[in-house]
Every structure is written in structure tokens, then in C-alpha cells.
Design a protein around this ligand. Structure first.
Ligand SMILES: C[S@@+](CC[C@H](N)C(=O)[O-])C[C@H]1O[C@@H](n2cnc3c(N)ncnc32)[C@H](O)[C@@H]1O
Ligand code: SF4
Length: 391
């Protein structure tokens, strides 16, 4: 593999007091310098793709070692008079992670302020053991381009909404960069993070983001990449590889809010984006409109059904797939082999399912593989792979 490419170089490990105290073990490799982590990830990837001929291994792409993460999912713990936003440690104690260094400084500051907000509003944290209390999680997402926030309260019932609304004006005047506030109702006593009902407490319902020159939107239920700096490079790379192929038409399957397709499309290229979550599709449509793209169609559908259904008759030159961790599976691998587009661009956050899917797609050879370090300090990473049809 070529030289590592970093936005910032670091040879010494990052220190995290919570990790050292065994309070939070999420970053299991945080004591290893980032460059070494990436070398180890590259070795894992090579091992998993062993036996698959790869023409070119490109240099892995990394970012800064902290301050990169745009999304915080905080469990609300403690009591109404002393709430804690964080996690339950492996030894069972509540730990505040408002100072987690993965978040930018301004986000850490806001998390501390939100801890105070919960206290001032007097909202009782939900107690899993007693099945009592109201506030389960606080979800905070930051748009990098504008430094703006989407704040979501996950509540057991509507009982605490009046208390949130009472304290909200003071919070919003102190933090005008909070643009979207909503309540998500999750009434079930289960480990799931959020429920179906979303109630907005602000007029705005989406956060504006921009990667490279592409405007993107973040809505409560739309998937969005959590490492903007590396995601931006991932999309840009997909765009450059696509330009070399000069396709007339593209499918972007599992398109989310459209990041890949919108980077790769242009006025001349027809783009079809397919995604299961309607909120994400609404965002993608809005971005396409803002970009003035006309030959674009985004539809909320199951990707596998779409690819195996009648609508699949107009076969594209390029199919982009960016599935969840489970991969695309046998049926979609089969459909891709049958459609036989000129090329397939597969971006994966799980190299295990990627390796098994690649072995099931027939009639293609892998021309490029590049690792993107989207999840520093963990075992996870993103991989972009280009498959070109055999002649
Ligand atoms: C890893 S995310 C990628 C999203 C997008 N490509 C991006 O770059 O942000 C996977 C996406 O697949 C969507 N998804 C999950 N199952 C799906 C299915 N069966 N058909 C279509 N989309 C699905 C999820 O909602 C999610 O938006
Ligand atoms: S998630 Fe934050 S607090 Fe936990 S180990 Fe990583 S850096 Fe430390």
C-alpha cells in the first residue's frame, strides 16, 4: 500500500482520561498512535480481500485524531436535580461524556450546557431498572460548514415537553446556532434508540451541511456520515473515479441524503437514487434542486426490490452501492451480476460483508481499493472499491 495520507500527522497516542479510568472503552485503540492504527486496519483489509485480485491499492486516507465527530448520542442518567449526559461505565456507574474529545470544542461546551438545561427544566432521566422517568437520550448533530446544531430529546411520553418548551427560549438565545430542536417519542421499554414520532419545537426541520461543493441536509431520521472531513474525501474520490469512467447514467443504491450520487452526477448524467428512508429522500431531492440537476430521480424504496423489479429495465453504466453493515447480500449481488453495468462502485463500512459480497459479484475485476479512516481509534473503517466489467 502507498504512503498514508493524513490531514494531520501524529506519531504519539491520544490520551483519554475516561479510557484510562476504564469508564469508557469505546475507543479501544486510543493508546495506539493513529498511523499505527491505520497500518493495522490496512493489514486486516488485505487479509479479508486475500485471493481477490486487486489492480491498485491506494494510500489510506485519515483525518485528525480528535475533534472530528459531528454526532453525539448521550444516554441521560442520574437524577432530575443532577442529570448526567453520557454512558453507563462497564462497572455500572454513570459517566458524563460531555468532555469527550472526539467532539469539537464548541460541541463539548454545548453538551455541558445541555446537562444544565436538563437540570433547569427538571426533567427526570429515564431509569431502565425502574422503568420510570422521562428523558432517555439527547442526540446532538453538528453541521461543520455552519457550526449549527440539531438537538433531539428522546422522551418516554409527552409529559416533559412543556418543561422543555419553558426553558428552550433561554437556551436558544444563548446558542442561536441551535437551528433544529425536536422531541422523539420512544415509549417502549427497549434498548432501541428512537421511536417513530418526531415533533419539531422549531420552525426549521433540517440542518444545512456542505461537503465539497455539494449542499446536503441532515434530518432527524436520515443517516448522515459522522466524520465530515473523511466523508468529504470519500465522496470526492468517488467523484474522481466516476469522472474517469464517463458514465451516461448512474444508480446510487442506499443513497441516504444523496452524498455519493450528487457528487458524481452532472447536468448530462442521469442519476437514480434509491433509499428506504423517506426523510433522507426528501433531503436528497432538495439538494438536487439546489444544484440545478434535472436528470435526477430519488425514490424511497428497498434497493434489492428496486434492482430485481420491473423498474430495473433501464440499465445504468455505473451502479454505486453504500449499504449498512450487513452488506448488499446474495440477491443484490446476483442482480448486479445480471445487469452487468460497466462498473460498480462499492463503499462499505464493514470489510467482512464487503469481502463476502465481492466474492459473489460475477464478471468483474477490482481495479481500485482505498481505505478511509472514518472511525478512528476503533476497529471500524470505510472502504471504497471500484469493480470494472471483464471484457
Ligand atoms: C451506510 S448508509 C449510506 C447512506 C449514504 N450513501 C451516505 O453516504 O450517507 C446506508 C443507507 O442505507 C439505507 N438502507 C437500509 N436498508 C435499505 C434498503 N433495504 N434499501 C434501501 N436503503 C436502505 C439506510 O437508511 C442508510 O441511509
Ligand atoms: S468515546 Fe470519548 S470518552 Fe470514550 S474512549 Fe473515546 S475519546 Fe474517550
Amino acid at each position: 500500500m502507498g504512503r498514508l495520507f493524513y490531514l494531520s500527522q501524529s506519531l504519539s497516542p491520544v490520551k483519554c482520561a475516561h479510557f484510562d479510568a476504564k469508564q469508557c472503552l469505546s475507543c479501544r485503540h486510543i493508546q495506539t498512535p493513529l498511523a499505527e492504527q491505520l497500518t493495522a486496519k490496512s493489514a486486516v483489509l488485505r487479509q479479508l480481500l486475500h485471493g481477490l485480485p486487486v489492480q491498485e491499492w491506494l494510500a489510506p486516507v485519515g483525518g485528525p485524531e480528535n475533534g472530528f465527530r459531528n454526532k453525539a448520542k448521550m444516554v441521560v442518567l442520574g437524577a432530575a436535580h443532577q442529570p448526567i449526559l453520557g454512558i453507563v461505565s462497564p462497572s455500572g456507574e454513570p459517566v458524563s461524556l460531555c468532555d469527550c474529545q472526539l467532539y469539537p470544542d464548541d460541541m463539548q461546551q454545548l453538551l455541558h450546557r445541555l446537562q444544565l438545561f436538563v437540570r433547569q427544566a427538571g426533567i427526570p432521566p429515564y431509569r431502565v431498572d425502574k422503568q420510570k422517568g422521562e428523558l432517555k437520550f439527547i442526540l446532538l448533530t453538528r453541521s461543520r460548514v455552519r457550526g449549527e446544531y440539531m438537538l433531539r430529546f428522546v422522551l418516554r411520553s409527552t409529559d416533559a415537553i412543556a418543561r422543555i418548551e419553558r426553558e428552550l427560549p433561554a437556551l436558544l438565545s444563548e446558542y442561536p446556532q441551535i437551528k433544529v430542536v425536536s422531541v422523539n417519542l420512544q415509549p417502549v421499554h427497549m434498548a432501541i434508540l428512537e421511536g417513530d414520532t418526531e415533533m419539531f419545537l422549531t420552525e426549521a426541520t433540517r440542518l444545512e451541511e456542505r461537503f465539497n461543493d455539494v449542499p446536503l441536509s441532515i434530518r432527524p431520521k436520515s443517516f448522515f456520515q459522522t466524520h465530515p472531513m473523511v466523508a468529504e474525501k470519500l465522496y470526492q474520490t468517488a467523484r474522481e473515479w466516476t469522472a474517469e469512467l464517463a458514465p451516461q447514467s448512474i444508480w446510487d443504491l442506499f443513497c441516504g441524503v444523496g452524498g455519493f450520487g450528487l457528487h458524481c452526477a452532472s447536468g448530462d448524467i442521469a442519476l437514480t437514487g434509491i433509499e428506504i428512508e423517506p426523510e433522507a429522500i426528501a433531503c436528497a431531492k432538495q439538494s438536487a434542486e439546489a444544484m440545478g440537476l434535472e436528470k435526477v430521480q430519488f425514490t424511497a424504496l428497498d434497493s434489492t426490490e428496486f434492482a430485481s423489479g420491473k423498474q430495473a429495465q433501464d440499465k445504468p453504466d455505473l451502479i454505486i452501492v453504500n449499504p449498512p453493515r450487513r452488506g448488499i447480500g446474495q440477491s443484490l449481488c446476483h442482480s448486479l451480476s445480471e445487469f452487468a453495468p460497466k462498473a460498480i462502485l462499492y463503499s462499505s463500512c464493514n470489510p467482512h460483508t464487503l469481502a463476502s459480497d465481492l466474492r459473489q459479484i460475477k464478471g468483474y475485476h477490482i481495479t481500485k481499493v482505498q481505505l478511509f479512516d472514518m472511525f478512528p481509534h476503533t476497529d471500524h473503517f470505510e472502504v471504497l472499491t471500484l469493480l470494472v466489467k471483464d471484457v
